[in-house]
Each structure stands twice: as C-alpha cells, then as structure tokens.
Design a protein around this ligand. Structure first.
Ligand SMILES: [Fe+2]
Ligand SMILES: [Fe+2]
Length: 305
C-alpha cells in the first residue's frame, strides 16, 4: 500500500500527464469539425480552455514534487513539444498554451508532497474527474453522431473511439487514486499492458493512414508496428488469466514500445522540419510520442511499485 505522500505525488504526476493529453484531445476534436458544426467546435474549444486552466493548477501544485523518472520520461513534455505547439498555433490560429509547457520544465525536484497539501490534491483529482467525465460525454456524443452518419468530421471514427477509451482509462486511474492508491497487482499490470498495447497499435494505424501516400517506406514500417502490437495486445489479454506469461509479455512490450517510440520521435522531427509529407499536426505527432513515453515508464517500473 503506498503512503499518503506517494499517493499525492502519483496524483500530481498522473494529472500532469493526462490533463495535457485531454486538453489536446479537445483541440483535435475542435479542428475536426466542419463549418456547419461550429457549435460542436465551440464546445470543444470551451473544454480545451477549462482543461488548460486545470492543468495550470496542476502545474502550480506540482512544483518541486515530481519524481525524476517522470521528469526524465518524456511523458510530460518532449524536446519537441514547445516547437510542436508553436507550429500548431501558427497553422491553426488556436493558442496552444506554450507558456504552460515552459512552466512544466521546472516542476521536478522529487520531494514528497507534505501532508498539508492533501486536500488540495484531492480537490484537483475530483476536478479532473468531473471535467474528464464531461469531455468523455462529449467524445461519446461525437462518436455516436459520426458512426450514425449524422455528422462528418476529419477524424477517423476509430480515432474518436480511441479518445473515448483514453478518457475512460484516465478516469479509472483517478478512481483508483481516490479509493485505494494506485493498483499494483500483476493482474493490473496485465490489464495495463492489454490497454496500452492496443493504443500503441492504433497509433501505428493512424500514422499509416495520415501519412501521404508517397511516404511508402514510413507507411510500411507503421504496418509492421501495427501487426506487432496486435499480437502483443492479444498476448497481454491472455496473460490476464495466465499470469506466468506476464514477464515475457512485459519484456516484449517494452522492446516494441522502445522501437515505436524511436519511430515516433523521428516522425515528429520530420514533421516539424517539413521533411515528411502528411496531414498530421505537429502537436499530434508529439502527443503520440508522449503516450509511448508514459507507457514505457510504466513498463519499466519494478513490480510492487
Ligand atoms: Fe491521446
Ligand atoms: Fe493515443
């Protein structure tokens, strides 16, 4: 059972990672709507604004309490994030919160949060939960409208479903923190790998689908990752009922995620420097890179942590 201070630190780290992810989802949704669906775009914009405000609170609370492994992991920001935000803002005209990213560079320090902070951290967790539930409801609504052909967006239906599952996953993690601390059993680890291996496989599918048709070699590599993660997703699923399989699956998932992360990193660099042709926003490329970094850190966490 983690101590109260550990639970607080994990709450701050989880919120820093996921609030940024959720705010970027709101931005991707906003950009996907047609002119006719301006009202939906406005709703997404409002969610983006509120998520950014909450993330700003999380950054303020986190100062000097974020552990070294999380700071170094690249899940909070990468070496590309600031430039990806600057370019995305330039291309879309929508402010991306670069100042917040700069503030994040100095949240590390690795101290344990003092007991006096407990209420504030719990309040942050509850606010994150409330706002993520609203974002989730919005994503589900958009997904239903798209799959029933009521509206058209520039986002793939599978991408919308992917955003729905990531929001649900964040809510489950928050729920666990509010009740019993972070889940740590081997079964939870298998569940975690089952979840993220599918997400990694879908990233490979999205990259394949959003690259220009002329980028044949990169599309080919994406498809190799897609097949690899489909296999690892199935294996992690099987490991849930055969836990003796888990160490092997974890090892294979780590190796594959390291490789995918390198591929995404090179892709982000290529998109930022205009060396790769695609319809991928720089911030979208950096987003999937950070999700891989988050997953990698969790894969590397020793059991019982
Ligand atoms: Fe995401
Ligand atoms: Fe994702």
């Amino acid at each position: 059972m983690p101590s109260q201070a550990e639970t607080m630190q994990r709450s701050l780290e989880l919120n820093l990672f996921f609030l940024r992810i959720m705010k970027e989802h709101a931005l991707f949704l906003q950009l996907g709507f047609t002119q006719k669906d301006r009202a939906l775009a406005m709703q997404a914009q409002e969610l983006h604004r509120r998520l950014e405000a909450l993330m700003s609170q999380a950054v303020r609370l986190s100062k000097s309490y974020i552990s070294e492994p999380v700071m170094a992991s690249g899940e909070l920001f990468t070496r590309y994030t600031e430039e990806a935000e600057r370019l995305t803002q330039h291309f879309t005209g929508i402010p991306t919160g670069i100042e917040l990213t700069r503030q994040e560079y100095v949240v590390g320090g690795g101290s344990m949060p003092p007991p006096a902070m407990r209420e504030e951290v719990e309040r942050l967790n509850r606010a994150a939960m409330g706002l993520t539930r609203q974002l989730l409801a919005f994503k589900e609504q958009v997904y239903r409208s798209v799959t029933s052909c009521t509206i058209v967006t520039k986002n793939y239906p599978l991408f919308l479903d992917h955003l729905v599952r990531e929001a649900r996953h964040y809510l489950e993690m928050l729920q666990a923190l509010l009740t019993s601390g972070m889940p740590e059993s081997p079964l939870h680890k298998a569940e975690m790998e089952y979840f993220w291996n599918e997400i990694m496989g879908e990233h490979a599918q999205f990259i394949d689908g959003l690259l220009d048709p002329t980028e044949k070699a990169l599309k080919e590599t994406s498809r190799v990752f897609e097949a690899e993660f489909e296999r690892l997703h199935a294996e992690a699923g099987a490991a849930r009922s055969m836990l003796q399989m888990l160490p092997g699956v974890t090892q294979a998932s780590e190796t594959a995620t390291e490789q995918l992360s390198e591929f995404k990193s090179a892709g982000t660099r290529g998109i930022i420097t205009c060396k790769i042709r695609s319809v991928i926003l720089p911030l979208q490329a950096d987003h999937v890179l950070r999700e891989a970094a988050h997953y990698l850190r969790m894969l590397r966490e020793p059991p019982g942590m």
